[in-house]
Design a protein around this ligand. Structure first.
Ligand SMILES: [Zn+2]
Length: 269
């Protein structure tokens, strides 16, 4: 058994343990966020007049300017297509399907307003590519996942949270809802990391899971994760990120992670 497969199997076992220890300790808490997934919102970062990170690819003919928005869209469309084929009963929503400008507020509004069937949950996945400047920037590479700040508490029962975002009829306290939200977030990130590590950790560097106050994470009231697929500021990683074959592996891995997360929640019903 090769190293990545062995690592993936170990991580799978660990995730199942994590999930079942959560369910065993809090069976009554599966009220909102840990329900079977009914809607997946895919968010290709940037678009239109906002190119995101900009990289320069050296080619035989000269150089080519690469925009992050195009890489994000290309991978997100592939993810959407694969998910639609793998889970026809799940709604797949894209915050943009072409090179149009969508504000951060519009992105979270699309996610929060998406209708979800009774007893089902939504998840939000933002797709980006990274860049870093300054001395030594070329030495930085790899993929990483971002979660919203774990210390952030939400007042889920207040009028500030849109009615469609959280099912308010469930008999859970706000503290219980926050705990479940945290656990779902953690499972989602860990599921994606496991899948990315299995297929990419030998091709580039796994930089793990980090926390940030990114707008789309903080304001989408559902388990969410932001994937930074690699560094456009690193020349060899930029070559990979623009390679259709590598983009396919990225999309495949993200889909595998999402399907794993969905299967965990399905098995818990
Ligand atoms: Zn970005």
């Amino acid at each position: 058994m090769n190293q990545p497969v062995r690592k993936a199997l170990a991580a799978t076992g660990w995730l199942f343990l994590l999930f079942f220890s959560l369910s065993a300790s809090t069976p009554a808490e599966h009220g909102v966020f840990l329900q079977e997934v009914g809607v997946i919102i895919l968010d290709p970062g940037h678009g239109g007049s906002d190119p995101g990170a900009v990289g320069t690819l050296r080619t035989a003919e000269g150089s080519q300017t690469i925009f992050e928005k195009d890489i994000n869209l290309s991978v997100a469309l592939q993810i959407a297509e694969r998910l639609a084929a793998a889970c026809p009963d799940t709604d797949i929503i894209l915050t943009r399907k072409d090179d149009s400008a969508v504000s951060l507020q519009q992105r979270t509004h699309i996610a929060n307003a998406a209708e979800v069937g009774e007893g089902k949950s939504k998840i939000f996945v933002s797709i980006h590519a990274n860049s870093i400047g300054g001395a030594g920037a070329d030495a930085v590479y790899g993929y990483e996942l971002w979660q919203r700040f774990r210390s952030q508490r939400y007042d889920f029962l207040s009028a500030a949270i849109p009615e469609t975002a959280v099912e308010k009829r469930v008999a859970l306290t706000n503290a219980e809802l926050n705990r479940e939200f945290d656990r779902a977030d953690e499972l989602l990130s860990e599921s994606l990391l496991m899948a990315l590590d299995a297929s990419l950790s030998h091709k580039t560097k796994s930089r793990g899971i980090k926390e940030a106050g990114f707008y789309v994470l903080m304001h989408s009231y559902m388990p969410s994760v932001l994937v930074e697929m690699g560094f456009m500021s690193n020349e060899s990683e930029l070559v990979k990120l623009t390679d259709p074959g590598y983009q396919e592996v990225l999309a495949e891995s993200i889909v595998r992670g999402l399907l794993f997360y969905c299967s965990l929640l399905q098995n818990s019903q």
